[in-house]
Design a protein around this ligand. Structure first.
Ligand SMILES: [Zn+2]
Length: 356
């Protein structure tokens, strides 16, 4: 059953080898709370520079010597709207709660990139100028990610865990932005555009896994770090440490890959395999596969709001330790070589944007 579901997943995403699994789309979220309640809500500087387009004055006809110049057509005074820089505004939380990267400012609003990667102008919203942490709930909409035999998909669990982690971080005074706030698709490019715009101190992508190698005497959590970044490795080690400690409290038949732990995965070029980590280079990032939603006993746990909270708070503790200590983390393993592609998705093909 699991294998079947997984096979379908893979089939749907064969094209997308090299990117992190992701598939989604759906109704707009109405998650109300803005991603960064602490950020200044001063609107971006309005068009301060009035685009002084040089009016092409024809040479004055005063005393034209011999030739009579034709009548000069005055240059039009109405200047077409010219995009302005958006100043400190890096990201906008739209009125429907969707988080989008800002690329410019126009008279009618902010020029943004939509979750599907299109360019659009949004008239209103909450501007975000910076963030300490960005959290990424994997998948969404028509990209469910890994699925349990009973049809429970990771996309909803990922979002719930991210929301709990964010609440805990905000409570600790850590300004936190989410790349996805509801059940809709977001391309990996848009997710990482948000990250690169905000340049947080840490970025974590949250997932739940499928296709374990077999049983394990404890949670089979896996955290991936950026191969070239010792700080990313430390972040992944701390997330591994905190989430395994929290989940180990549940006595169930866990499953895992035999190399479970804090690890890396590289592509043929020796670069990070997962697009979400590769594209976010320059920002300390980790990808967490917290447990196996494809394993029925784990799915039974993961559907519980109290367990989602346990996971989210463990993630927040790990991030706080990353920010506030030099703790090295633990659980580092040497990954065995993998040839089969991870679940695909995260591209823009057939992507339906939510209402902004
Ligand atoms: Zn996933």
């Amino acid at each position: 059953m699991v294998r079947l579901a997984v096979a379908v997943l893979f089939l749907a995403s064969v094209v997308a080898a090299g990117v992190v699994d992701d598939r989604q789309d759906g109704p707009p979220s109405r998650v109300a709370s803005t991603a960064t309640s602490t950020t200044t809500t001063t609107t971006a500087p309005e068009t301060t520079t009035t685009t002084a387009v040089p009016v092409t004055e024809a040479p004055t006809t005063t005393a034209a010597p011999t030739t009579t110049l034709p009548p000069v057509t005055p240059a039009p005074t109405a200047v077409a709207p010219v995009p302005q820089p958006a100043g400190d505004v890096k990201v906008l939380v739209t009125p429907s709660g969707v988080v989008v990267p800002v690329t410019g400012r126009e008279a009618s609003g902010y020029r943004v990139t939509t979750p599907c990667g299109r360019s659009a102008v949004v008239a209103d919203g909450t501007p975000v100028t910076d963030a300490d942490v960005v959290l990424d709930a994997g998948h969404g909409g028509k990209e469910p990610g890994a699925i349990s035999p009973t049809g429970l998909s990771e996309k909803g669990i990922n979002l719930a865990v991210v929301d709990h982690a964010r609440a805990a971080l905000e409570q600790a005074g850590v300004r936190t932005v989410r790349t996805r706030t509801g059940d809709y698709r977001v391309t990996i490019a848009t997710r990482t555009d948000i990250v690169k715009a905000l340049k947080p101190k840490a970025f974590v992508s949250v997932h739940h896994n499928a296709e374990p190698d077999g049983p394990r005497d404890g949670p089979g959590s896996e955290t991936y770090y950026q191969i070239a970044s010792p700080e990313s490795k430390r972040l992944a080690g701390l997330i591994y440490e905190e989430t395994v400690k929290a989940l180990a409290a549940y006595q169930i038949p866990w499953v895992a890959d035999s190399d479970a732990g804090a690890k890396y995965r590289t592509n043929v070029n020796g670069d990070d395999y997962y697009g979400i980590l590769r594209n976010a280079k320059g920002v300390i990032s980790a990808l967490a596969e917290l447990a196996f939603v494809s394993n029925p006993p784990e799915a039974d746990l993961l559907v519980r709001p109290d367990v989602q909270k346990v996971e989210g708070e463990a993630l927040a503790r790990a991030i706080l330790r990353f920010l506030n200590t030099r703790d090295p983390g633990s659980g580092f393993t040497e990954p065995y070589p993998r040839t089969s592609p991870a679940g695909g998705g995260g591209g823009s093909s057939n992507c339906a944007d939510p209402a902004l």
